[in-house]
Design a protein around this ligand. Structure first.
Ligand SMILES: Cc1ncc(COP(=O)(O)O)c(C=O)c1O
Length: 349
C-alpha cells in the first residue's frame, strides 16, 4: 500500500472540545456553554413528526423553509442566509470558499481556538493579533493580505463584547472578509447583524446551540451579502442539514416567547453569580455571554481549582495558555447549579 496522509494533516493537532461525560455519568456540566433549560416544547413534537415515513427521503437541499423562518426572525432576506450543521460547519465552509493553501487568515488572541485548527487543516498562514492590555479597545490588525479575519463577538472565552461601531471600523480596515462569530450574541446588549446590510465585507455567524438549547441538533447560520452566500452555497454538502434538524430549528425559532424567557433567566442567573463571585473576592470580566471568565490570580491556583472541581464532578473549562491560564470559563447553569458550584468554590478558594 502506498497511501499517505497530507503532511500538514499528519502534523496537525486536532481541536480538543470541552470534556464530555460518559453515557450515564452524572456531572454538573458547566464547560461547553450549553443551555441548562430544555428547548421549546414544539421541538419535541417536530422531532416526533419527522421520525416516521419521512426519514427515508432526503431533506430539502437548501433548507428552504428554515431560511425563510430565519429570515423573518432575524429580519433579513433568505437569499442572504446559509444554514450549516452548527456554526462550526459554517466556519469550515468560509475557509473552503475564500482561501487557498498558503493564504493568510487573522483573528484576535485569545478568541475561539477552532479558527486556528481550521487554518491548519487548510494549510493556511495564521496571523493572530493579541488583544492587548485593554480587550475592550484592541489594536487593529494589519489588514493587508488577510483573506478572512475572525472576530468572536462576544469574545470567548472572556465574554466581553465590542460595539458595532468598532466592528464596522475593523471591517473597513480589512482587505478581506470580516467574519463576526456571534455564537453568544443573544446574551449580549449589542450585535452586528445589521452590519451585514451596510458593510459589504461583513459576514455574521450565529448558532442555535446556546440560546435555543439545541447544541445536539447542530444548526447554525451565516448572514451576508448575497454574492458571498451564493458562492458558499456551492461549497457546502448538498444535503447538509438533515430533516429533523430543519424541522426542529424552524419551530424553535418560531417560539420566540420560550426563547426570551429562557434567555432572561440565564441573564438573571449570570448577574447573581457574578455578584456572588465578587463577594468572594474573585474577579470576573464583564460578561455579555452565557458564561463568566473568573480570575484566580495565578495559573497554579486556577489549574488546582479546575482539577479539584473535576474530581468533585463539576466540569468547567481551563485554557492552559498565556493570558487565560489564571482563570476558568464557567457556563451559566440554573440557579441551583450555580449555588452548588459556589459552595465548592468557597471551600476551595
Ligand atoms: C465562539 C464560538 N463559535 C462557534 C461555536 C460553534 O458552535 P456550534 O457549532 O455548536 O454552532 C462555538 C461553540 O462553542 C463557539 O464558542
Amino acid at each position: 500500500m502506498r497511501a499517505t496522509v497530507k503532511e500538514h494533516i499528519a502534523r496537525l493537532k486536532a481541536y480538543v472540545p470541552g470534556l464530555q461525560p460518559d453515557e450515564g455519568e452524572r456531572v454538573l456540566k458547566l464547560n461547553t456553554n450549553e443551555n441548562p433549560y430544555p428547548p421549546s416544547p414544539w421541538v419535541e413534537e417536530a422531532v416526533r413528526e419527522e421520525s416516521s415515513d419521512t426519514l427515508r427521503l432526503y431533506p430539502n437541499p437548501t433548507s428552504r423553509r428554515l431560511r425563510e423562518t430565519a429570515g423573518s426572525v432575524y429580519r433579513i432576506a433568505p437569499e442572504r442566509i446559509l444554514c450549516g450543521n452548527g456554526s462550526d460547519e459554517i466556519l469550515g465552509i468560509l475557509l473552503r470558499t475564500f482561501t487557498t493553501r498558503g493564504d493568510a487568515i487573522g483573528y484576535y488572541e485569545p478568541s475561539y481556538s477552532y479558527y486556528r485548527t481550521l487554518g491548519a487543516i487548510h494549510d493556511l498562514e495564521m496571523v493572530p493579533t493579541p488583544l492587548g492590555n485593554d480587550p475592550l479597545d484592541p489594536p487593529l490588525p494589519d489588514g493587508q493580505g488577510l483573506k478572512l479575519f475572525f472576530l468572536t463577538n462576544p469574545n470567548s472565552p472572556m465574554g466581553f463584547a465590542l460595539e458595532p461601531e468598532f466592528v464596522a471600523n475593523l471591517a473597513n480596515h480589512l482587505e478581506g472578509i470580516l467574519v463576526v462569530d456571534e455564537a453568544y450574541a443573544d446574551f449580549s446588549r449589542t450585535n452586528c447583524l445589521s452590519l451585514v446590510q451596510e458593510v459589504p465585507n461583513v459576514i455574521v455567524t450565529r448558532t442555535l446551540s446556546k440560546s435555543y438549547s439545541l447544541a445536539g441538533l447542530r444548526v447554525g447560520f451565516a448572514f451576508g451579502d448575497e454574492r458571498w452566500i451564493e458562492q458558499m452555497d456551492k461549497v457546502r454538502d448538498h444535503y447538509n442539514l438533515n430533516r429533523v434538524a430543519q424541522a426542529a430549528a424552524c419551530v424553535a425559532l418560531c417560539d420566540q416567547s420560550h426563547f426570551h424567557d429562557n434567555r432572561d433567566r440565564i441573564l438573571k442567573t449570570r448577574e447573581r453569580f457574578n455578584r456572588a463571585l465578587e463577594q468572594m473576592g474573585i474577579e470576573t470580566f464583564p460578561s455579555e455571554a452565557n458564561f463568566v471568565f473568573a480570575r484566580f490570580g495565578s495559573a497554579r491556583t486556577a489549574s488546582q481549582i479546575f482539577e479539584k472541581l473535576t474530581e468533585r464532578g463539576i466540569y468547567v473549562r481551563y485554557f492552559p495558555q498565556d493570558g487565560l491560564d489564571q482563570g476558568l470559563r464557567i457556563s451559566i447553569g440554573t440557579d441551583d447549579e450555580m449555588d452548588r458550584l459556589l459552595e465548592e468554590l468557597e471551600d476551595l478558594v
